[in-house]
Write a protein that binds this ligand. Sequence first.
Ligand SMILES: [Zn+2]
Length: 76
Amino acid sequence: MMMCKGATRLMSLKQDRRLTFQERLSLRFHLSMCGACRQCDRQFSLLHQLGERFEADLGDATDDQGASPPDSDRQG
Ligand SMILES: [Zn+2]
């Protein structure tokens, strides 16, 4: 079964992108059995909501069309 570390990783991931079916399934399965991770999942969602509000406030400040800094490949 997936460890808490893996579950936390998925919680973080799902704020950035949609989880695959399998990822969602294993996360749900873990959450159904692990109260600590359920708490953690709540906090991740809360943080994400706060983050979105913050970005909305910035509004015009960010420019998607601007040149983004070169992102070196991350490994691992
Ligand atoms: Zn857990």
